[in-house]
Write a protein that binds this ligand. Structure first.
Ligand SMILES: [Zn+2]
Length: 226
């Protein structure tokens, strides 16, 4: 088993950490390497389980560049990578073409930025259409709508009735995004998640529970890795 040992005078015990699919050992300064090797070997089953769990989580995320696929609105679109004078992303008949300018230094960072901008635009267009449908029906009106990357939420509504949606939702099926739209619009009326809030959501969105389940179980697949 490969691992890296970090010694510290402040430590009094040996600790094993499995992080980012790597094994790290922290030990008090002067600990015998043989002792550490035995200690690690004695924890082998636990370490293997942690590593497996982390790589399972890792592979559930989408890797558009490695897989050559970008999932948009729940549908896998072929992603065609191209080198050109200028950087751009555009729809083709056979999928989505992403072109990275010849002089770009960090090509992965550029590809990530381009795809997130493209997804934000696609999502904003769809949400705009759905707001046109839901707002008159729910009797509410958002003051502003933004799309941005959030780490731990799908959408938000602030006290000034401004809605924000997570860019990564662009990968979800449209019926799931629709639930998030109804959810955030309902917050214009009720800021909390009380019974009256859910009553309003359920009155308009007939698949609330399925959408919540989808986001809980499959939400991780909307995260992108480059
Ligand atoms: Zn909410």
């Amino acid at each position: 088993m490969n691992y890296q040992i970090t010694y510290s005078a402040k430590r009094s015990t040996v600790a094993i950490i499995v992080k980012a699919r790597q094994l790290q050992v922290k030990a008090p300064t002067g600990t015998c390497e043989h002792f550490i090797a035995e200690f690690v070997a004695s924890k082998r089953d636990w370490i293997v389980k942690q590593l497996q769990r982390q790589s399972a989580l890792h592979s559930e995320k989408s890797q558009p560049l490695d897989e050559g696929v970008l999932t948009l609105f729940g549908q896998k679109q072929p992603l065609l990578l191209k080198s050109d004078n200028v950087s751009h992303v555009r729809w083709l008949d056979e999928g989505i073409e992403i072109s990275i300018g010849n002089r770009v230094q960090n090509r992965q960072e550029k590809a990530k930025a381009l795809l997130l901008t493209f997804m934000a635009e696609e999502l904003a267009q769809f949400i705009h259409i759905r707001l046109g449908y839901w707002q008159p029906r729910m009797g509410v009106q958002a003051q502003d709508v933004k799309v941005r990357v959030y780490k731990r939420r799908w959408g938000s509504c602030d006290r000034r009735q401004r809605l924000t949606f997570n860019t990564l939702l662009a990968g979800a099926p449209k019926w799931v995004i629709d639930y998030v739209v109804v959810h955030e619009l309902a917050h214009i009326r009720y800021m909390d998640h009380g019974p009256r809030f859910w009553e309003l959501v359920n009155q308009h969105c007939v698949h609330t529970q399925e959408a919540k389940n989808w986001l809980r179980q499959r939400g991780i697949s909307l995260e992108l890795e480059f």
